[in-house]
Design a protein around this ligand. Structure first.
Ligand code: ADP
Ligand code: MG
Length: 202
């Protein structure tokens, strides 16, 4: 059973290959609706309409190194196997959006997985591309935005050991906070100066 985070990491790599400048990853977990929805949206090259229809067929790929494209078809199969749905939409020159929905209590529904490590891996592998990550957990929300962090720190790249360490802890703590059941209805939004102070402390 594959963790959802591994699927998401794989899908964002398509966006990187499509030369996206910004990748948006939104995860919505709702106990009330018994759903997990993941949305991955990019501003990359897009997919022509005639290819889009066939794109979740495991034999469709534009790669030349191997003939079978699997990322999208595996993610679609995972969603559908646990009573959810999968949608992909794309416009050439605008970008691509992939939505996967899962029944949270379905016996085959994989856990979301370790998002702190996944976000770290994305930041390290994205190069110039920015990441906007939003995670809604019941009524609480955590947002992580590399553009904002670069602005705050006045740096071009986050690929520095001390920044990467801070990112991992920041995401880990932020997620722990929204998943903490005691704090109800409070929306977590860290200000720029909060991030600044925390980084200076490390
Ligand atoms: N975000 C995207 N932007 C542009 N093209 C994409 C995107 N995602 C997928 N594609 C196209 O769909 C094909 C299949 O993707 P995927 O199922 O992940 O398999 P693979 O990445 O192994 O080719 C890719 O080769 C690419 O041509
Ligand atoms: Mg792929």
């Amino acid at each position: 059973m594959k963790e959802l985070s591994l699927h998401m990491l794989d899908i964002t790599q398509n966006s990187i290959r499509a030369k996206a400048k910004l990748v948006k990853l939104v995860i919505i977990e709702s106990a009330e609706n018994n759903e997990i929805t993941t949305i991955i949206e990019d501003d990359g090259c897009g997919i022509p309409a005639d290819r889009l229809q066939k794109i979740t067929d495991p034999f469709v790929t534009t790669r030349t190194t191997r003939k079978v494209g699997l990322g999208l078809s595996l993610f679609k199969a995972a969603a559908e196997a646990c009573g959810g749905y999968f949608e992909i939409s794309s416009t050439v020159g605008v970008g691509t959006k992939v939505v996967a929905n899962f029944r949270r209590d379905h016996i085959d529904c994989a856990p979301v997985g370790n998002m702190a490590d996944t976000i770290l891996t994305m930041v390290m592998s994205f190069g110039e591309t920015d990441l906007y990550y939003q995670h809604d957990y019941n009524n609480q929300q955590f947002v992580f935005n590399t553009r904002e962090i670069k602005e705050t720190l006045e740096v071009e790249s986050l690929n520095e050991p001390e920044i990467l360490n801070w990112i991992r802890e920041h995401v880990k703590e932020g997620l722990e906070e929204i998943m903490e059941e005691k704090i109800y209805g409070k929306v977590l939004s860290r200000t720029k100066s909060d991030s600044r102070k925390e980084i200076e402390r490390t």
